[in-house]
Design a protein around this ligand. Structure first.
Ligand code: SF4
Length: 858
């Protein structure tokens, strides 16, 4: 038996092509393996001869001049959508989901040469739709990519290839088998018999992020130890969900301190979230339902040539806050006329041409002209933006070329089609460089060999992951149609898993995460069959940006030259300062006094940071070290989302009462969903957070409304002008400036300041300066009697108000004023030592902190 290795199959292919290049074929199972074959063969005479069965069908149709047009997936969707509306008689929103399910069912049936069961109403309608679709294809001499397999069978018989090397074809469908046997009577088959040879370890991590971070750290170390990136393979059963998180995690890692860690994969990144494309989708949406569209995205887009006349996204946001309206043409603000003119121009552009368009093709032409006029077509963009623009235009080309594009298409459907196309069919490659290792689906490793293999995400729910039903069908219907589907899928999964593990030549690391977005995971049975997972030994992330801060921190502490460090924006300046400065202690009174003597206006956050830890203040406000952990975390974005939601709501409403409770619930739920969606984060943890905010009687939203009812019951209301309001106070020579989240007031003049927290709240009154100083500021601005300030925690799993102050408001304010004065003096004196009693496990500067090295006197 021949060794089942891709190298061997490729060597045979190369050998045969020397004498018969046109009629030697290498057929592999999927695009991943095809790409690897290209890498091994390097210069194949004819690229089409290295193929999957699906692309083989296309090549046959093309080369035999069948005259059949292969329709792209976008066109297939348009046809299915039109037929579904006619046959299923549903509203468009439901038709969208039905259409996706019908396409999935059609593909499965076609691949398995099976007919749709027509003994139920739903089945009959599906069968009717499939038959109408096939009739359309016949009339128009067109096929989709899957039906092409059947059309290619008679032509394949005529072609009869000389040499066909089939490499590890395991999950071939009936239709694929028919095509193969028509194409060749004597295939040379390579079948893989997985034989694990590498040293294998089975690990468990606490979370999915930890699993990815630790794997990235290991990969960086391997590369620095001379292992080339192509010798490292990362496999996962859930590639689509892993890629966005990996992209986020890997961005923080560097190999040899300078080169970002990247990966390569045949999967493509959807363009829907690339800012330049998001702005175009917002433009189309503005022409349909302007009030529901966030025009800030358009104002923010530097690629649109709009006469902005000083109107920025921030100004628009302020106008919305003040007026509580998104009636863009009639916003009443100080900036009235200019703002209205700018918004009217945007809306006119979005609406005018589309008003006269009726068919999909006309809408596409109108959009192209708008984009041309707005300068988007030619505007200089980043490489990713440029690639996304090219992908967007080819999506438009494919849609415009579809026959169904001649049909009438309402504008809301146009937006739906574009959004779906950007999400599903138009993609750009992930950026890569010389450190790019490979990541792929588990099944792509069958029969291949790579020295070092990591297989991550091996939880019970991801592998095996076999649904008992086909889309739209019941378990029974699925069983009748494909009786051995479950068994076959289970066998295939087991085969691919063992093949993936056997693909490792030297080391094989298998792992799973015990929790994923708060839910407990159990290990896959395939994993436990190998061995019980051990708790992974957690390595320090030396190759991540936070890791590098540690080294820099030692140097700062010892007043030495900074080593080459990354992730610290001011590293160069800091190093320069240390090099050129007189050899004085880092925290010389003289230097600080000179710098901060003139500092008269400060924010409460500036003072709070110092109150908590003078050394953290020094790193954050003086050296301006980048806080990578915080900057990249979803937590930061969650804070923005909730502030936006509550700002919008309380500029429209002054309270929530029992009468308005239900309406408030609906409105806030919509605002939260929209803002979470707008954040553009597609990770599972983000989805889970959205659910925790919205789902059920124990949700954060339900708890939030209960608390708001209590405020209203006490007689508090919120004036729109006291939402996210800038406040200022004079504290005997020190000026305090900041923005208060919300001020609630009673008719008798009592008020209190509320601060939203989506994470932890402060529990120590000595370091909580924001609430009392804002309270003083509000008193100085509008008078009234302050009550004790409150934190309103609105976290995904916790909601409620709290305050760290035990005494009354006057004591709270007096203490804070005194502390503010002391802190300013201490800063001027250059006192910046670490906090000796620090228990802060989450300090972003933990790695830099001198305290961890040798205490405060170090
Ligand atoms: S770890 Fe503690 S002492 Fe060190 S900088 Fe952070 S807060 Fe200050």
């Amino acid at each position: 038996m021949k060794p089942a290795l891709l190298e061997t199959a490729c060597a045979l292919y190369s050998q045969e092509t020397k004498t018969n290049p046109f009629n030697t074929w290498l057929i592999v199972e999927n695009e991943d393996v095809r790409h690897r074959a290209f890498e091994l063969i390097k210069t194949p005479v004819l690229q089409t001869r290295i193929t999957t069965i699906k692309t083989l069908a296309h090549t046959i149709l093309k080369e035999q001049n069948a005259g059949i047009r292969i329709i792209p997936p976008e066109e297939q969707y348009l046809l299915f959508s039109a037929l579904a509306k006619k046959i299923f008689d549903k509203k468009s929103a439901e038709t969208k989901t039905i259409t996706e399910n019908l396409i999935d069912l059609y593909i499965t049936l076609t691949l398995n040469c099976a007919e749709c069961p027509a003994d139920t109403d739903k089945g009959q309608k599906a069968a009717e739709l499939f038959s109408a679709y096939r009739a359309w294809c016949r009339e128009n001499n067109a096929v989709d990519a899957i039906s092409a397999l059947a059309y290619a069978v008679p032509l394949a018989e005529q072609m009869q290839a000389d040499t066909v090397i089939c490499f590890c074809l395991k999950s071939t469908t009936k239709q694929a088998e028919k095509l193969l046997s028509a194409f060749t009577k004597n295939p040379i088959s390579f079948q893989n018999e997985p034989e694990p040879t590498a040293e294998t370890i089975v690990l468990s991590y606490k979370t999915v992020r930890e699993e990815l971070e630790q794997t990235c750290e290991k990969i960086c170390r391997m590369q620095e130890n001379g292992i080339p990136p192509e010798d490292i393979l990362l496999l996962t059963p859930a590639l689509q969900t892993t890629l966005p998180l990996l992209e986020e995690v890997a961005a923080g890692f560097r190999v040899n301190k300078t080169t970002p860690l990247t990966f390569k994969t045949p999967e493509r990144k959807s363009i829907a979230n690339i800012p330049a494309v998001r702005a175009v989708l917002a433009l189309v949406s503005a022409g349909i339902n302007a009030e529901e569209t966030d025009l800030q995205i358009i104002l923010d887009c530097p690629h649109f040539r709009i006469k902005r006349r000083g109107i920025t996204a921030g100004k628009l946001r302020k106008a919305v806050r003040i007026t509580g309206s998104t009636d863009w043409r009639n916003l009443q603000t100080d900036d009235d006329e200019t703002l209205k003119t700018v918004l009217a121009e945007i809306l006119d552009t979005a609406e005018t041409r589309q008003k006269n368009a009726e068919t999909l093709r006309e809408r596409i032409t109108a959009l192209r002209q708008d984009l041309q006029d707005l300068g988007w077509t030619e505007s200089p963009m980043t490489p990713a933006g440029h690639a996304a623009r090219t992908a967007f235009f080819s999506l438009l080309d494919r849609l415009a070329a579809a026959k169904a594009a001649e049909k009438k298409c309402p504008n809301y459907e146009f937006l739906q089609i574009l959004t779906r196309g950007c999400r599903k069919n138009a993609g750009i490659p992930y950026p890569e460089n010389e450190t790019a290792f490979k990541i792929a689906k588990i099944r792509s490793a069958a029969g291949t060999k790579t020295p070092h293999v990591f297989i991550i995400g091996l939880t019970a729910k991801s592998i095996p992951n076999i649904s008992a039903t086909l889309p739209l069908l019941t378990v029974q219907e699925t069983k009748t149609l494909l009786p051995d589907r479950y068994r076959k899928s289970a066998e295939e999964t087991a085969y691919y898993f063992s093949s993936a593990a056997a693909a490792a030549e030297k080391t094989c690391t298998l792992s799973y995460a015990k929790t994923d977005t708060g839910k407990t995971n159990s290990p896959s049975p395939y994993l436990t069959r190998i061995s019980e997972a051990e708790d992974a030994e957690i390595q320090e992330l030396q190759h991540s940006i936070p890791g590098s801060q540690k080294t820099a921190g030692y140097a700062i502490a010892k007043c030495q030259n900074l080593p080459e460090a990354f992730g610290i924006q001011s590293a160069e300046r800091t190093a320069e300062r240390i090099r050129t400065a007189e050899p004085v202690p880092a925290f010389s009174e003289e230097r600080f006094s000179a710098l901060y003597r003139e500092t008269k206006t400060v924010s409460p956050t500036f003072l709070e940071t110092y109150a908590e830890c003078p050394f953290a203040w020094y790193l954050k406000h003086h050296l301006r070290l980048e806080q990578t952990d915080a900057a990249s975390s979803e937590a930061l974005r969650l804070g923005n989302v909730m502030h936006n939601v509550l700002e919008t709501y309380f500029t429209r409403h002054d309270r929530i009462t029992p009468e308005t409770k239900d309406a408030a619930y609906r409105e806030l739920a919509e605002l939260i969903s929209a803002e979470m969606e707008r954040a553009g984060i597609k990770t599972p943890s983000w989805k889970a957070k959205t659910l925790q905010y919205l789902d059920g009687t124990k949700s954060t939203l339900a708890g939030f409304i209960e608390q708001e009812l209590a405020f209203a019951e006490q007689g508090y209301t919120t004036d729109a002008s006291w939402v996210e309001q800038e406040v200022e106070a004079d504290l005997d020579g020190i000026s305090i400036k900041g923005r208060a989240d919300r001020v609630l007031r009673k008719e008798d003049g009592t008020f209190f300041v509320l601060d939203y927290k989506t994470g932890n709240v402060k529990e120590n009154a000595e370091t909580a300066l924001q609430l009392p100083l804002y309270s003083e500021a509000v008193r100085q601005m509008i008078g009234g009697t302050p009550a004790v300030g409150q934190y309103f925690q609105i976290a995904p799993n916790s909601v409620g108000i709290s305050t760290p102050f035990e005494n009354g408001a006057e004591e709270m304010i007096a203490y804070a004023k005194q502390r503010a004065k002391e802190i300013c003096e201490a800063i001027q004196s250059g006192y910046c030592k670490p906090n000796a009693d620090c228990k802060n496990r989450y300090c972003p500067f933990k790695r830099v902190c001198r305290k961890t090295e040798g205490g405060e006197d170090d």
